[in-house]
Every structure is written in structure tokens, then in C-alpha cells.
Design a protein around this ligand. Structure first.
Ligand SMILES: [Zn+2]
Length: 349
């Protein structure tokens, strides 16, 4: 039976990077790190800084400045780029939807008008689209923050395949033309691995793999095991550094499969049973999460946020984090309550 609360060491002067790596390696820490695997950029922050999505994606310094606010404004103990999951698909020629507002996080509009047949791996991927901006922003962040972990974020192979070929088409093809899906996804792995390793070479401390469509909510537990897990595992084997695998929605039924991918850390959403995730991952993968980003962080009261943080802490997560990307509607105030609640843990123990 797992303890409901952890024992933390008395050493309270750990730097954020040291605390993060110790947590991932299950070594003693003064308290859990509080950080985010996914984007933390909000409308409030963009307005305050006067840097919006398009600015950040066209200028590495602006991208780094916006990313820095995760630490400097919100108090999270990590920074990361980019802020969306569209960079890779754009290089494959897929149109990006920048939304109506300048604070909208870019998405892919799933028009599905690109046939996966005949798609080739883009040559010189690292020089294309917004990839150079992201890599230079990582360099700037690594120079700027000695003691704070820098995350490079890539999309998961299944999700990139779905961006290229359209989600519904991929699901249909998995049944009718499974070989084609495998070919497409393998191609995605090569590109993502090259990009992830470039991030590490440019100074990232860990790579976050955001595989939002691989959720059990979308493809079911069996679907994850057969159509996404083998590719996540293959990608993780090709990445030359620590990895954080993030899958949205309720992943309670696929946690064991996620552990088997070999990721250093699993980032789980609020719908996932954190206690179960911690139980099945011990000694194999750290668990980070799983504060609610749909209601609690954007709209909850201070008390709601504190309760939600303590629920994750009591479940035994190694790292306290939002369950997914923070909504652009989230007020800075609520994130700071989240961070402060975790920071006070060391004083309590
Ligand atoms: Zn998510």
C-alpha cells in the first residue's frame, strides 16, 4: 500500500533543475517541483508583455521572452517552447489556423485534404517553417536560465499522423489500410526524433512529447496499445535525453502502456486517476500532474486551486503540474496560488 503523503528531506535549497531531475529519478527532494510540461501562455501574460502568438513564432527572442514568463511571472519551475502542436505539421505543408484573436493558440483545422499516400519526409526539416525559431529560442532560454529546466515540446507520432492525414481518416485507415498508417507514422517518428534531438543539442534539458490524440478518450485503451504505444516507444528510444510523455484526457486505463514506452516521466490530465498512475509507475516513470485546467485553474476560487493541488499531492505525484496546457483564460493569480501551495509544503513537513 502506498503512502498517501511523501516524506521529503529537510534540504530546502535545491535549485529547480536539480529538484526536477531528482524527482524524475525518485531521489529525495525537499518538496515536489511545481511546473508545467505544456504551454503556460495566457492572454493576460501576452497583453502585459505585448507579445502575441504570431510575434513569438517569428522572433526567437520574443518566443523566449514569452516562454520565460512561466518562471518569472507564474513561478513555475521550468520553461518550455513552443506553445502549440502545429510546428511539425506545417513543415509537411499542412495549413495552420491562427484563430481570430492574436492570443489564440494556433491549431490545425483538420480539413483532411492531404492524402497520406505519397507524402514525403520534408528535406532539411530543421531549417523549415518555424523550427529554427523554436531551436534558437531554446538556446536563448538555456543561456538565460542556468538552474531552471528548459523543455522542448514536440508532437507525438500518432497525433502528427492525424494532423497530416486527418484524425477520422487515420482511424478508418487503421482498419482498412493498416500498413499505410504504419508507414506514415514511422515517417513522423523520424522527423520528430530529429527535431527532439536538435532541441537537446540546442540546450533543452528534456523533451515533452504531446500526444493529445492518442488519448484513451479518443482511440480507447486497445487503440492506444495497438496504434500509438509502439510508436511512442520507438520515438522515445530514438530521443537522446529525458522525455515527458503527455497524453490528454482520462489515461487511467493506459498508464501501464505509457510506462512501457520508457518515458522518464508521464504527464497526466486531471481526469486520470493519479493515485493509480503513481502505483503502477513506481521505479519506472515519474508522474506529473494533474491539476484541472478546464475549470479549476481558469475559473476556480483560491480554495478550489489549493484543494486541487493537495489532491494531486496526496495522490503522490512526483511533480505537481497542470493536467494539460493552461487555458489562455487562466488568471495569473490562480497559477500563483497553485505554485505557492506547493512551495509551502516543505515548511509543513
Ligand atoms: Zn493535454
Amino acid at each position: 500500500m502506498r503512502k498517501t503523503s511523501k516524506s521529503y528531506s529537510v534540504r530546502s535549497e535545491l535549485k529547480p533543475k536539480e529538484r526536477f531531475f531528482r524527482s524524475v529519478e525518485f531521489l529525495k527532494v525537499d518538496r515536489p517541483p511545481v511546473l508545467s510540461a505544456n504551454s503556460t501562455v495566457t492572454a493576460e501574460i501576452m497583453d502585459d508583455l505585448g507579445i502575441y502568438m504570431k510575434d513569438a513564432y517569428s522572433d526567437p527572442m520574443k518566443m523566449a521572452d514569452l516562454a520565460s514568463t512561466a518562471y518569472t511571472v507564474l513561478g513555475f519551475e521550468a520553461v518550455g517552447v513552443p506553445f502549440c502542436q502545429t510546428v511539425e505539421a506545417e513543415v509537411f505543408g499542412i495549413e495552420v489556423d491562427w484563430g481570430k484573436k492574436k492570443t489564440t493558440i494556433p491549431t490545425i483545422s483538420y480539413r483532411g485534404d492531404v492524402a497520406p499516400e505519397g507524402i514525403d519526409v520534408p528535406e532539411r526539416f530543421l531549417e523549415k517553417g518555424r523550427v529554427p525559431v523554436v531551436l534558437r529560442a531554446i538556446e536563448i532560454l538555456a543561456e538565460r536560465f542556468d538552474d531552471v529546466p528548459v523543455f522542448g515540446r514536440v508532437i507525438g507520432p500518432f497525433s502528427l499522423a492525424a494532423h497530416i492525414a486527418n484524425m477520422e481518416k487515420i482511424l478508418r485507415m487503421s482498419i482498412k489500410k493498416p500498413k499505410l498508417v504504419v508507414e506514415l507514422t514511422e515517417m513522423c517518428i523520424d522527423v520528430i526524433a530529429e527535431y527532439a534531438n536538435a532541441m537537446l543539442e540546442h540546450g533543452a534539458d528534456a523533451v515533452v512529447i504531446e500526444n493529445m490524440f492518442a488519448s484513451a478518450d479518443v482511440i480507447g485503451a486497445k487503440g492506444y496499445a495497438s496504434s500509438a504505444k509502439p510508436f511512442d516507444k520507438e520515438l522515445i528510444e530514438k530521443i537522446n535525453g529525458p522525455t515527458i510523455l503527455h497524453i490528454c484526457g482520462d489515461c487511467t486505463s493506459i498508464i501501464e502502456d505509457m510506462v512501457e514506452t520508457g518515458a522518464s516521466c508521464l504527464s497526466i490530465d486531471s481526469k486520470t486517476d493519479a493515485r493509480h498512475a503513481v502505483e503502477v509507475s513506481r521505479g519506472k516513470a515519474a508522474i506529473m500532474g494533474n491539476v484541472d485546467t478546464v475549470y479549476t485553474l481558469p475559473f476556480g476560487s483560491e480554495k478550489d486551486v489549493k484543494n486541487e493541488v493537495m489532491r494531486a499531492v496526496e495522490a503522490g505525484v512526483d511533480i505537481v503540474a497542470p493536467g494539460c496546457a493552461i487555458s489562455p483564460l487562466t488568471p495569473t493569480r490562480n497559477v500563483r496560488v497553485m505554485v505557492e501551495t506547493v512551495r509551502l509544503l516543505s515548511a509543513d513537513r
